[in-house]
Design a protein around this ligand. Sequence first.
Ligand code: C2O
Ligand code: CU
Ligand code: CU
Length: 543
Amino acid sequence: MMGMSVMLSSSSGEKIFGGFQKFVDPLPIPARIVADGNPAEITITMDQFTTKLHRDLPETTEWGYNGTSPGPIIEVEKDQALRVHWRSNLPTTHLFPAPKGMGGMDTMPGMPDVRSVTHLHGAVVQQPTTWSSVNTSSDGLVNSDGWPDAWITPGQEQITDYPNPQEARTLWYHDHAMGETGRNVAAGLAGLYLIHDDYERSLNLPSGDFEVPLLLQSRGLNIDGTLYYSTDIGNEFYGNAATVNGKLYPYLNVEPRKYRFRIVNISNARTYALKWVDPKDQSAGPAIYQIGTDSGFLENTAVLDDPTDPNSSRLMMAPAERADVIVDFTNYAGRSFALHNNHLDPGDAEIALPQLMMVNVGTKVSSEDTSSLPMQMRPIERMDPATAKTTRQIVFSTMNMPDGSPMLMLNGKSWEDPITEKPELGTTEVWELINTLPDMHPFHIHLVDFQVLDRTPYDVDAYLKTGQINYTGPAESPDPNEMGRKDVVRVVPRMVTRIILNFGPYPGYYVYHCHILEHEDMDMMRPYEVVAPASIGVHASHR
Ligand code: C2O
Ligand code: CU
Ligand code: CU
């Protein structure tokens, strides 16, 4: 943590705002936009506005979509095509000063200060198959995946086409402009997007008022209620406060019944490890039953925070991970529980954010709870590494720039370097994600879901000297809540994390990156190309 704007010390969470009290504001639920028609078409604006982050704070200026942060919840049905016009009504001066950029990217003369491009995280979209068309500005054009270099400026519009062929799942949209993602998301540019289908409805999950989104975001908050962002892109932005659905430390009154929560970690860099804890005596609250992950339902519900099992794990959520969970408050009438987080990155000066929100369980239900808590869902066939056509290694490391400053990279390459990953359309590959660094990096890839195969400890020092991987222990299975389809995976230190992916359904240019936004911005991001078989060898890539 750096910068003069930091007002908190890790032990003084209650002090800084004078009379600042937690859990006095109700949890806001973002507006819903249910797509109408097939294809449906909507316009969403990006704007600057003021809002009350907390009862006792003055109005805060932030950015968002359609005048709120997080933006509206966009809801579609599987196979319902949606065209979105993302119109920037942002001012031409950024909410935050440009951080000291390691590549100098943000200080390049002539660059507009405000650049934005929206990406739907988890989307399956068609991208251009020619390099020149992926890289033009998006103004008035279709840029469905939100190509990072094809940003727009205030007054301009980006068009995206989402065919939504995926099964029901929790997606989210956020800014993705090259070098600007961290600053833009910290300002508030993020929102939820849900795909529904008949299978989801057949599960009879808690719905309506009993299905609640929880978008967790760490924020940088000054004592006067203004927001701040990192002054140096070389520092991960952990912030000093947390909002849930855009409110600081809100409360939610619930009935003693089952709820479905769609939890999304929309933070720039912070990972959470979550559990319901009674603030009076620190006793454990209800278990968290995780039924779905980034890319739809699990096969087997994962039980987390089981109060009857002292070894039960917390719900761990790295940036951009989603958890679709059921919590049963039936036996907890009259009690209150904090959504408690005990995750701190070792080695980083991260300010603890132990209590994110409070639920107050009432004593009666407004109607009988007839919803279900499924322990088993549709089978998910485990992909077989023997079917992989190619195995690739993606190395997470630092490189020294000519001026001596370190730069985080994937395979020692920056965003600008020629494309090196060109999987063939329809083929399966294994990617070995090799972390040589002391911190966890959440890996994310566009267009495709993957399955996590395993994580295996290896000798990092030997690898850095010789380039050879010597495994030092047995492969560890993914956690039970990682056994479904994912699009983000924690690439933990001192291990090789293996994932398996099948590339499709479209050829074209996409990206993969670390989802710590300051890492993504300073070049832990690479383009890749899904190549249609017929064009291999014919169409020479421009990079
Ligand atoms: Cu959440 Cu490349 O994105
Ligand atoms: Cu994405
Ligand atoms: Cu990273």
